[in-house]
Design a protein around this ligand. Structure first.
Ligand code: AAL
Length: 434
């Protein structure tokens, strides 16, 4: 009896304690959320800062971007394209191709660009037929290619100057093809980074490492400076089969090279592929390069497009990944976050970023660059062309024409996509195959 009494007393005391505690807690909570917050409604005039009211996930995210309104966002732009003058493509018969331009640089009032040039007897046969490629028959558009360069006074009319890096004798690295160059200016020397193929691309995926050559003048002559400068990852690491699209920047007194690798089941099944971008850092352009421990630093995009922006680095992610067609920014050059979504993005975009090599702590962005279209040719006459794009991704310009968000394609662009095989499945549209 005594025990039951004791239990009852303990129960009553603990109920009183719990009640008192929860009352004071809810008082505290209601103090933390002032009445106006609970009742706030998103205002008509766009707030410059996150309003102190309950927000939906989408409204919350608006304030994670550089500005809540995209039209005010320095990292948003439309892209407008111009055909280049001065390049001959043999009437588009697929035997001449130019693609993957370097970033243009300005030297003594003249713009220079380097690019992949393929001039073969026949157009490429496609990489699924890479085993049939010969010394004269290219597998892909960038097989049997060399690195050429051109100059311009205005960025629109270009004069092709000749070959910068030709294919070395077999079995030197790049004997099969040298492609996809980019340029670095460092301590009054010029460095070309490029992909060096020792087999027709497509044979075992797009297997190739990066080589480097240097010169005292952008006109050359170029001295071979090393092969496999960005080392492949170890077996089963994401970049163990390719280091593509090298793009050097100067940051914190060092060379920062962003590069791309396609991974996940590549090359055995291309439809499973994913694309990542890594960062490799060196004190000297020729290396040795140390890979960043957080690689891949970008999991969307295809060819690399990185530029100094404010104190960090911005990038344009095109084509691949969940975050394709976005511009992203990382204060540390490593941890990128989406700054805007963009349309009609330049493929293999190579911006004219005057401060790419100045080790700036206040990157200004750019207003134009070069890019490529890889589908310039008709069936079996495949080739690519280089084009110019203009935009307003510069902190020093304000061009409202580039800030409108609508891009209106003609209906033909949509109809030309076709319906694919989705309607042909016997059980009807979109039914998953078991
Ligand atoms: C591209 C680039 C690299 C690839 C191939 C040629 O546009 O990503 O250069 O190897 O396709």
């Amino acid at each position: 009896m005594k025990e039951i009494k004791n239990l009852l007393i303990i129960g009553i005391i603990s109920a009183i304690v719990t009640f008192t505690f929860s009352c004071s807690n809810s008082e505290k909570k209601s103090k933390e959320i002032p009445k106006k917050q609970v009742e706030g409604v998103f205002p008509f005039k766009m707030p410059t800062e996150k309003p102190n009211i309950p927000l939906s996930a989408s409204s919350e995210r608006m304030f994670d971007y550089p500005t809540p309104r995209v039209q005010d966002n320095e990292l948003f732009s439309q892209f407008k394209y111009t055909r280049l003058k001065g390049f001959d493509y043999n009437d588009g018969d697929g035997t001449i191709s130019r693609r993957d331009p370097s970033r243009p640089i300005l030297v003594d009032g003249t713009y220079y660009v380097w690019y992949t040039k393929r001039h073969t007897k026949v157009p490429p046969i496609g990489w699924s037929r890479a085993a049939e490629a010969t010394d004269d028959i290219p597998s892909t558009d960038w097989d049997l290619a060399e690195i050429w360069f051109a100059t311009s006074e205005d960025g629109i009319t270009w004069e092709e100057q000749g070959v910068a890096i030709s294919r070395p004798e077999k079995p030197k690295s790049g004997w099969r093809s040298v492609a996809t160059p980019d340029i670095l200016v460092w301590k009054e020397k010029y460095y070309l980074y490029y992909q060096a193929f020792d087999e027709p691309s497509g044979l075992r995926g797009d297997l190739c490492p990066v080589s480097i050559s240097y010169a005292d003048s952008p006109n050359g002559p170029w001295t071979h400076g090393g092969d496999k400068v960005i080392p492949f990852g170890k077996e089963n690491e994401w970049d163990h089969k390719a280091t593509h699209d090298p793009q050097p920047l100067v940051r914190n007194g060092k060379i920062h090279v962003y590069y791309k690798a396609a991974y996940n089941k590549w090359p055995d099944n291309r439809s499973n592929y994913a694309v990542g971008h890594g960062l490799a850092i060196a004190d000297d352009p020729l290396g040795p390069y140390t890979k960043h421990p957080l690689n891949p630093v970008m999991q969307s995009g295809h060819e690399t497009t990185y530029w100094p922006y404010k104190e960090g680095v911005a990038t344009l992610a095109i084509k691949d990944g969940n975050e394709r067609e976005t511009i992203q920014y990382a204060k540390d050059g490593v941890n990128f976050k989406i700054a805007s979504c963009v349309s009609l993005v330049p493929s293999a975009g190579a911006p004219f970023a005057a401060d790419a090599f100045t080790d700036t702590k206040n990157g200004r962005g750019f207003t134009w660059g070069l890019s490529h279209f890889i589908n310039a040719g008709k069936a079996k006459k495949s080739y690519s062309i280089i084009a110019r794009f203009d935009c307003d991704l510069s902190l020093d310009y304000d061009e409202p024409a580039y800030k409108s968000t609508g891009v209106w394609h003609k209906p033909d662009v949509y109809f030309a996509q076709g319906t694919g095989s989705i309607n042909k499945h016997p059980e009807g549209r979109g039914v998953k195959q078991k």
